[in-house]
Design a protein. Structure first.
Length: 292
């Protein structure tokens, strides 16, 4: 990474929630000392077997949040299987010093590293003395008396408790993915939608309709987002997010789209006819505009 010394935040950063942001913020603070704020993490897709709930954000979504919200200038994100066999000393010497040129390293109190997660903060400090970087641990963050963690955020998203999830995330939950082609049924009933597919193994929030904001080409539009498997239409695919962007017209296929979920309107429903569905979408748009 060149001759410039870095400040490295260590962590999975799945969700980039307030607890993660505290660690990332400690690295960013070191910019005042002339260090480049960096993060060491893993692609969530390579650690996706950690429980059935799935990872909160994809690699590209996480990278967006690290740079856009947290001021992280470089992200080092090797595949988990390429690193997990490395002992703690090699990780400190080869990765933190060799690859990342670290002068400062920060992490949460319970951060573990090295083969079999055999090392913790004490070992990290002694490696720091040996290899020339300082170590700062960052305290847990509490929100309404509850410790902020990815596990809690996952549970809140799955149960549709979006406002609590967003509070813990520190920003609205986002879906940032390229728009894929759907059945184009929406346009036949006057509500063209942009479809975004969740990644394999990725957490899908509670099925239903959300008030959202869509960010398209630098402009922000009110929108409604339906997450689920389209029970009214014959559709056998994976869960997806389908967003109707109020006041926008144009073709978004293949374009990147960022959708922020701002409020939960109602659970997913099956309608007897497309007219019924159309009437409900009208109501959902009114509800969304009130929330927004």
């Amino acid at each position: 990474m060149g001759n410039n010394k870095t400040a490295v935040a260590l962590g999975m950063f799945d969700g980039v929630h307030l607890g993660h942001r505290a660690v990332l913020g400690a690295a960013f603070e070191q910019k005042k000392q002339g260090l480049i704020p960096c993060a060491f993490t893993f692609p969530p897709e390579s650690t996706a077997n950690k429980g059935a709930a799935g990872y909160i954000y994809s690699e590209s979504e996480k990278s967006l949040l690290l740079s856009r919200d947290c001021g992280i200038e470089r992200v080092f994100s090797p595949r988990f299987e390429d690193i997990c066999g490395m002992n703690g000393g090699c990780f400190a010497q080869d990765i933190l010093c060799g690859e990342m040129n670290a002068a400062f390293v920060c992490c949460g109190r319970d951060f573990r590293f090295g083969k079999g997660a055999s090392c913790g903060v004490d070992e990290l400090r002694s490696f720091g003395e040996r290899y020339g970087f300082t170590v700062q641990t960052v305290d847990d963050v509490y929100c309404g008396g509850e410790r902020v963690s990815s596990t809690v955020v996952r549970e809140l998203l799955i149960s549709g408790e979006l406002s609590r999830a967003n509070t813990m995330l520190g920003k609205s939950y986002i879906i940032a993915k390229d728009v894929s082609r759907g059945a184009q049924l929406g346009r036949t009933i006057g509500f063209p939608t942009a479809n975004q597919l969740f990644g394999e193994g990725q957490l899908v929030p509670k099925y239903g309709v959300y008030a959202s904001r869509a960010h398209v080409n630098g402009k922000t539009y009110p929108s409604i987002t339906d997450i689920g498997v389209k029970p009214t239409v014959k559709y056998g695919g994976a869960p997806l997010a389908e967003t109707y962007i109020h006041g926008f017209s144009g073709d978004l296929y293949g374009s990147p789209l960022i959708v922020e979920l701002c409020g939960f309107i109602r659970p997913e429903m099956k309608f007897g006819s497309l007219d019924e569905l159309k009437g409900q979408i009208d109501n959902d748009i009114k509800s969304a505009l009130k929330i927004l």
